[in-house]
Design a protein around this ligand. Sequence first.
Ligand SMILES: C[S@@+](CC[C@H](N)C(=O)[O-])C[C@H]1O[C@@H](n2cnc3c(N)ncnc32)[C@H](O)[C@@H]1O
Length: 302
Amino acid sequence: MISRAALKRLVPRLRFGAANLRFKTTSASEDEIGHFQELAPSWWDINGSQRILHLMNNTRLDFIQRNIRQNVKVDYPDTYIPGFQYKAFFPQRVSQEIENDLELKITEKLEKSKFDVLDIGCGGGILAECLARLPITRRVTGIDLTPEVIKVAREHSSKDPVLNGKLEYRLQALEEVEEKYDLVTCFEMLEHVDVPAEILRHAWMKLKPQGFLFLSTINRDLISWFTTIFMGEYVLRVVPVGTHHLNKYIKSSEIKEWFQENEPNTHKVLDAKGVMYYPFNGWAEHDCPDVGNYFMAIKKLD
Ligand SMILES: C[S@@+](CC[C@H](N)C(=O)[O-])C[C@H]1O[C@@H](n2cnc3c(N)ncnc32)[C@H](O)[C@@H]1O
């Protein structure tokens, strides 16, 4: 028998506050599973427990698609790709034509692309279904560890024939996934796990070279406590009380530091945006990813 203390010494310490002391794992705590298990029946009710995720969906799909478009390499020999800030030098008409040409080539290239996607902590499939409907997607695999939400996800997707063969849900831990993907998404999930560094490490391992990792979570700060817990849970009641825990929030700088320390030469942070919920108007991006909720796009370089 190996003692708990000895085991701890064997396990390298991880970042992210309290999680440092826990063991490496991508599994979910019983509390979190119990919580989401209860919310599962109203997952697809747009005015139910996941209303805030339904409202966020278009904003995150825009973020994902914009970042993919901006990072598509156009390698057609007949396309002129300026090596400088052409907009500052050419007349507007000329730079507009260059831009239109590039946009066209990007669209043509994306039309031929077929991305395999892994959605980690997919819940009932609010994001996974939309990702599977994108023309650039070959197949989406959604994984989650809450049995009832996977059941809800399967039932809901079975109602749309377009998703047949394009979307699969698995009750599976991330470390058990064997395939590699072009796109890995992990939205509104990292703030619910005990060891987020392990999720990042395994998510990165599942990504093919040149693949994209998209994530969203919440900065650990007073503003996040005020907006997501005090206002969100207790005053406006947009999410059920007990959904969030401030100590599990992760600063965007911590995600960047993790990549800098663990994948210094193999990653590029493409984009990081703050996102804010405006009651009655929904979610919108802003330029301060260090406050409140945020989205991040990271590319694997080799
Ligand atoms: C707030 S929901 C987000 C669902 C979905 N990503 C979305 O944004 O629409 C968080 C989900 O993460 C799942 N989850 C929590 N810890 C997990 C883990 N360690 N592995 C896989 N899923 C997990 C929960 O079961 C829940 O379905």
